[in-house]
Ligand binder design. Structure first.
Ligand code: GLA
Length: 713
């Protein structure tokens, strides 16, 4: 609603947003937070007014939507641009406000002196209240405009939200949440890796000291972008705090010719009064209903078998045929042939770019293997890393100039590969033609789209081109998807290096991490779950001895960890012990039995001591739930604690059963289960007791995971 004083109020999903945008004034956030029912915007403005800050300007400088340079605020600038040094201080004044729908608004503002126009689009998801914000900058003069900084917006932070959590991480250790202690000044994370990154996932969470998983006020932010980014929180000496997220630009990278525009990636921002898990559910719901396309929403996600950790580059006809048979027997529904099938790719030093089946390993092409896999009742998927080239490849020998580079600088190689310049149409055309012809000629239902290095010198034709390269990757995927509408795509980047809402707009799942170590995965998946629902998280059962960490974990633990995600396996089934394969087969059957719930239910993380990770899903109609309790290490007290089950219908009772492990033999003292018959037919227990009294967890060895099922009676 726009009122006569120029206030815009949007309400949805227990969230209210109030903006001040009278024509001729600077547009500003007045309020964004838990829903206000009847407070007049004028009252909010009045109540938000601050007294004169000693030593400050005579009149306090109000923040604007973008905190652009010209408003003079001594805070992080959200928009900064110039024309060769001139026109460096834009100030945007509203020229028009449009309201395309009840839940969205477009604020068009302009600086008539510097001739720059900024259009900020903001919408609230009608169900969840999740805010999406995107900004477009237009150069309206007849000279080029260089944009140094363009955050999506400069969001005022609730001053009570003093607990901030940012993301760190590394290869095989993604999505680590790190609490940022109190500070005055700036918290900045810059990602220049040319992908979403392992180390600076563009997400941030803010809560009150008393906010927990199941209670309390909290906020979360995510930039839906697969390229370079900057996240910053600034706490000013005058007490105000702002959050900005946007692309990171290299010098001169974002130059707008007269009449052209730049559009930021979307910023997703959520608020909840009911704790971090509720906030995650809003993000999950919004991602699956409004960001991803609904193409495969109704299709059960097939259990994967992936060849990587089983054979690596050692592709051999008989082994692959035997693995396919074994995989089908254990319960796989899709077989993915990973790296090593093409060109001269017998190790990671050669072949990238040569996207045709290796004549040495596949003399009759891929068809015999694909036919065998389809004959076994599975779908077939294939690995690609389209953006890359090995210097030792036919492609590079023919087109050494097709790579991104900075003039005069030596190429930095990583995993013996360079990055192709997809901003050149001939390069994207080549890649499209290669992938398209393989997809056209074979029954390939799925591709794993990998991207295995940081981009250090993202230059094209003498200029930095990281942003354009990321757009070109999107365009190539979009083009392929348009030509093959049923094709499913996984976004992989040495594990979870390209996981974000921008890539998930055009792909179907992410490869969460290269670490298949179930203990690592417990925390990686928990970290990722703040923004990603279980159905998009690729989770595989790896070998008994994890290849990356060297840790040995039981098959029961590995299965239980992979079960809460888009499940798969990635191990040499021809070498695993027969008893372990039986456990794996049972685990896959259990996943299939509950996958509709796992992939569509409401997700919960529980607050537990550090040695435990407890998560679960509750059906949207509350008819059933599945919770996992993982004892990561030893417990401090003699007994390991209680599972307080959230989300059930408090007026009803639930048949409560331990469904994993079966039989419950790895539990060192299952007596507490026996007392309630939890590992037999189960006990019928009131939901209120399950949530308030909780289930006593039996004594467990470290690295043990239990799964409970609750069914409404
Ligand atoms: C990356 C991926 C792995 C695997 C290899 C193949 O590291 O994350 O899953 O596909 O590449 O080279």
């Amino acid at each position: 609603m726009i009122d006569e004083s120029g206030f815009v109020t949007l309400r949805a999903g227990e969230t209210s947003l109030v903006l001040s945008c009278p024509v001729g004034a600077a547009p500003a956030f007045v309020y964004w937070g838990p829903q206000l029912e009847g407070t007049d915007p004028a009252v909010i403005t009045m109540m938000s007014a601050r007294q004169h800050a000693p030593g400050g300007t005579d009149q306090e400088i109000e923040a604007s939507l973008l905190n652009e340079t010209g408003i003079g605020i001594n805070a992080a600038v959200g928009f900064s641009a110039h024309r060769n040094g001139a026109d460096w201080a834009s100030v945007f004044r509203v020229i028009e406000v449009r309201q395309p729908t009840e839940h969205s608004v477009e604020i068009i503002s302009e600086d008539r002196a510097t001739r720059v126009r900024a259009t900020v689009q903001i919408g609230l998801d009608p169900d969840t209240g999740l805010m999406t914000c995107q900004t477009e900058i237009e150069n309206r003069a007849d000279t080029d405009l260089s944009i140094d900084v363009c955050a999506v917006a400069s969001l005022p932070l609730d001053l009570r939200a003093t607990r901030l959590f940012g993301y760190t991480g590394r290869w095989a250790g993604e999505f680590r949440l790190e609490e940022i202690g109190p500070f005055q000044g700036s918290y900045v994370r810059e990602n220049k890796s040319g992908r979403t990154s392992h180390h600076s996932f563009p997400g941030l969470i803010a809560g009150l000291p008393g906010t927990h998983e199941q209670t309390g006020l909290c906020y979360a932010f995510h930039l839906g972008w697969s390229g370079n980014s900057r996240t910053r929180v600034d706490r000013l000496s005058d007490g105000r705090a702002f959050l900005q997220m946007g692309e990171y630009f290299f010098p001169g990278e974002m130059s707008l010719a007269p009449g052209t525009t730049y559009r930021t990636p979307p910023l997703y921002a959520g608020v909840s009064n009911r704790g971090y898990s509720d906030l995650s559910r809003k993000f999950h719901h919004h991602l699956s209903q409004s960001v991803m396309d609904g193409r495969i929403r109704r299709k059960p996600r097939p259990v994967h078998y992936n060849t990587w950790e089983a054979v690596y580059f050692d592709h051999d006809h008989d082994t692959l045929f035997a693995l396919a048979e074994k995989a089908a027997e254990i319960g796989a529904e899709r077989f993915i042939l990973d790296d090593g099938w093409f060109g001269s790719r017998r190790d990671d030093r050669a072949g990238l770019g040569d996207w045709w089946p290796s004549e040495e390993v596949y003399p009759d092409g891929l068809a015999p293997l694909i036919d065998h896999i389809i004959g076994l009742g599975m779908e077939f998927g294939l690995w690609f890393e389209p953006e890359m080239v090995n210097p030792d490849s036919e492609l590079f020998r023919a087109h050494p100039d097709w790579v991104l580079r900075a003039e005069g600088l030596e190429q930095i190689s990583s995993r013996h590969q360079y990055v192709l310049d997809l901003t050149r149409p001939e390069v994207s055309d080549y890649l499209f033609e290669r992938l398209h012809s393989l997809l056209e000629g074979h029954a390939i239902s799925y591709i794993k789209w990998d991207m295995n290095r940081d981009v250090h010198h993202p230059g094209s034709q003498g200029r930095a081109a990281a942003s354009r390269q990321a757009q070109a990757v999107y365009a190539l995927i979009d083009r392929l998807r348009a030509a093959h509408p049923q094709l499913e795509i996984e976004s992989c980047s040495s594990g979870g290096g390209r996981a974000d809402y921008g890539i998930l707009k055009r792909t179907d799942r992410i490869w969460t991490s290269d670490s298949n170590d179930a203990l690592d995965r417990q925390s990686i998946q928990r970290g990722a779950s703040h923004f990603f629902p279980l159905e998009v998280l690729g989770t595989h059962v790896g070998p008994a001895k994890c290849h990356i960490t060297g840790r040995r974990l039981s098959m029961r633990m590995r299965v239980a960890t992979a079960l809460f995600g888009h499940m798969g396996m990635e191990l040499d089934l021809l070498k695993e012990a027969a008893a372990d394969l039986d456990v794996l087969k049972a685990g896959i059957a259990l996943h299939k039995q509950h996958r509709a719930l796992i992939h569509s239910g409401d997700f919960h993380r529980l607050d537990t001591p550090d040695h435990v990770n407890a998560i679960g899903v509750v059906a949207r109609d509350q008819s059933e739930a599945l919770f996992s309790w993982c004892n990561l290490t030893g417990h401090r007290e003699t007994l390991p604690g209680r599972l307080y089950v959230p989300g059930l219908d408090s007026g009803r009772s639930y048949r409560t059963r331990l469904v994993w492990p079966q039989p419950a033999r790895s539990i060192s003292q299952p007596s507490v289960l026996e007392a309630l018959n939890l590992n037999g037919d189960g006990a019928i227990l009131p939901a209120e007791a399950l949530s308030q009294i909780g289930l006593q967890i039996p004594l467990l060895h470290p690295e043990t995971c239990l799964i409970y099922h609750f069914e409404m009676v």
